[in-house]
Structures are given as C-alpha cells and as structure tokens.
Write a protein that binds this ligand. Structure first.
Ligand code: ATP
Length: 346
C-alpha cells in the first residue's frame, strides 16, 4: 500500500511561513494534483514529501512508514522536479537507465524498460544522443521517462510538462494519465495549469497562501468552489461575481430581488457558460465591451451592475461593443459567497 499521509506539516523560512499546517491524505493509487497560483507553496509541499527539504513541524507517512526524517532514497519514491536533474554527459538511454542500474537489474530488463518509457514520452529516436544536446522540452521528457522506468509505487512530479508546446503537452498529458492509471501508481502532481489539473486529477487540492482551501474531485471543485478565490481561480474564463444586498425578504442583484442564502453577506457567483439569452432565471442586463470569437463559441465581456462580466455565447451570435444584452442566469448554477470571509454560503 502506498497511501500518503501529511499531518500538520508546516515550513517556515525565517519569519515567513510558506506552509501553515497542511493536512492531506492521499489514497493508494490516487492521482492528487496540487494546484495554485505562483508562490502558494505547492513546490515546498512536494519537496517535503520527496525528502529534499525538512518540515518545520508535522509528520509525513508513506504507507505505514513514517518518512519525515528519512533521506529521499529511503522513501520509495521517484520524482520529476523542475530542474530535471538530467545528466548532460550521459546519453538519453543511460539517463533513463540510471535508477534501474542502481537496482542492479539485468541488461535485458533495463533495455526493455528504457525502450518502453522512452516510447511513451516519444523520445525513442533520441536514446543515443547526449542529454546536453537536447532542447528543454526533450530533457523534460527524459526526466519523466526516467521516473516512469522505475515503476515506482509513489511518483512526485513538479510541472513535468511545463516546457512542451501546446500540442505535445496535450498528448503527453493523456499518455501520463493512462500509464499511471495502469501501473496503479500513487501520484502527487504540481501544476498551476488548471486544465491540466482538471484532466489528470482524481482529486485536486487547491492551495492559497500556504494552505489547502479545497480538496475534492475536479467536477466538485469546478461546480461547487469552497471559496470565492477557488471560483475565480478555476475556470477559464473564471466565475463572474456580482455585488448583492439583502432586500425585501430576498437578495437584490443587478436591480432585482431573487432568493438566496439566509445568512452572511452574500456575493452572487455564476460561471460564464451558465448564462444564456432567454430561459427562466434571474436576468442580468449589461453593456457589451469586448467581443472575442473563439471558434467553438464567442466570449463577450460586459459591464453588469458596474462589474466586468463574461458570457460564453453561441459563435453565430452577432453582437458588437455598445450593445445592450440581457442574460439569464441558470438558477441551479448560481453560487453564493460571503463578502467578508469568501466562504461559500449554502
Ligand atoms: P511556483 O508555481 O511559482 O513554483 P509554488 O506554489 O511552488 O510556486 P513555492 O516554491 O512552494 O511556491 O514557494 C512558496 C513560498 O515560499 C514563496 O513565497 C517562496 O518565495 C517561499 N520560499 C520558497 N523557498 C524559499 C527559501 N528557500 N527561502 C525563503 N523563502 C522561500
């Protein structure tokens, strides 16, 4: 069993606290993504699990073993970090074979495992090249192939696809997902790319300011963000927010009174794809500012009740800046947040 338990883990650098008491339980064979803006502590947390850095407090367990004070090589993990640590003076083959040689596998087994993981990362034609002669994206794939070749029970990856162009990244993402599922690897994967997070994760842990603000499956995080921050961070374009106030037994939003939460100081939230022209629900009228045809649909930016508001519309819709548009919010997709705490309101 390779479940991972992170309990009360903190990390401070002098007076700065990078991680505030992280609790996270990752199940055996689970694909956990750590997602958050730059500087939120994702890499710091991953380095602690890897043993590349010491926690200031708390415990980390892998399976039944408390690894908090163990060096990386005694933790039974493979990792892909941002600097790759690919040896430039070794060929791609030897780089991928590196860990397998340490395990003293026979030559035939090494060859077959190297070949297999090189094929997965589409670098089989580079096996005899020296790694120092590779592009950043090729080196990054060598690092991933080397980790996969180890067939680890636990794999830790920090932005392993960040240097690939969009198309290759899409392809590698699908390869990684399928191979790690098949090999039943427990994975922690750091990214700030939310599409990557949504596509790969069994669960996403969204981090902000050294804390986990929500940990749930991707659809739940998307549909029911625990905080206003999560709603605004996940989704491209992000969730729209409009000011609201209690009035006439309901809540006033954009000049009309609608039902809403009984407690708190509500802020109204709706995703850009959850509004349409026509249909039942609260009406939001605004002025079109920018129209962006995106192929599959059209993205309109409006001002509604003095706030910027984005709507995803049919690509055939003809609108222009200056037009007045009335949109209907899908009632079942409206979310409420507290203006002071940012927490979702029931
Ligand atoms: P990115 O997506 O940019 O890699 P991240 O979420 O991985 O960001 P971390 O690298 O974990 O962020 O850093 C978290 C915070 O801790 C940042 O504010 C960073 O400046 C700080 N930090 C990290 N390492 C150190 C260090 N060695 N000394 C002081 N501060 C550090």
């Amino acid at each position: 069993m390779a479940n991972i338990s992170i309990a009360g883990v903190t990390r401070s650098y002098g007076t700065f606290t990078a991680l505030h008491g992280i609790d996270l339980a990752i199940a055996d064979q689970e694909f956990m993504v750590l997602l958050g803006a730059s500087g939120c502590g994702k890499t710091t947390l991953l380095r602690l699990v890897a043993g590349l850095d010491q926690a200031s407090g708390g415990r980390i367990k892998i399976g039944d073993k408390d690894v908090t004070d163990l060096p990386p090589r005694q933790r039974g993990i493979a990792m892909v970090f941002q600097n790759y640590a690919v040896f430039p003076h070794l060929t791609v083959f030897e780089n991928i074979a590196f860990g397998l040689r340490m395990k003293k596998l026979d030559e035939a087994a090494i060859k077959s495992k190297v070949q297999k993981s090189a094929e997965l990362m589409h670098i089989e034609q580079l096996l005899q090249r020296y790694s120092g002669q590779l592009s950043g994206g090729q080196r990054q794939r060598v690092a991933v192939a080397r980790a996969l070749a180890m067939e680890p029970e636990v794999l830790l990856m920090d932005e392993p696809l960040s240097n690939l162009d969009a198309l290759l990244r899409l392809e590698m993402r699908a390869e990684l997902k399928s191979v790690l599922r098949e090999s039943k690897t427990t994975t922690i994967y750091v990214t700030h790319d939310q599409v990557e997070a949504m596509s790969l994760a069994d669960r996403i842990a969204v981090m902000q300011g050294g804390k986990i603000v929500q940990c749930a499956d991707p659809v739940e995080v998307y549909r029911n963000p625990a905080t206003r921050f999560v709603g605004g961070f996940i989704g491209n374009p992000p969730m729209n927010f409009l000011p609201a106030r209690r009035a006439g037994g309901g809540i006033e939003v954009a000049g009309q009174i609608i039902p809403g939460p009984a407690t708190g100081t509500p802020v109204f939230g709706i995703r850009p794809e959850d509004v349409a022209e026509g249909g039942e629900g609260p009406q939001l009228t605004g002025t079109v500012r920018v129209v962006e045809p995106l192929g599959a649909h059209l993205l309109a930016t409006l001002t509604v009740a003095g706030e910027l508001f984005r709507a995803v519309l049919d690509s055939d819709r003809k609108i222009a800046p200056g037009d007045t548009l009335t949109l209907t919010a899908r009632p079942d997709r409206i979310r409420w947040f507290d203006a002071e705490t940012g927490l979702a309101l029931p």
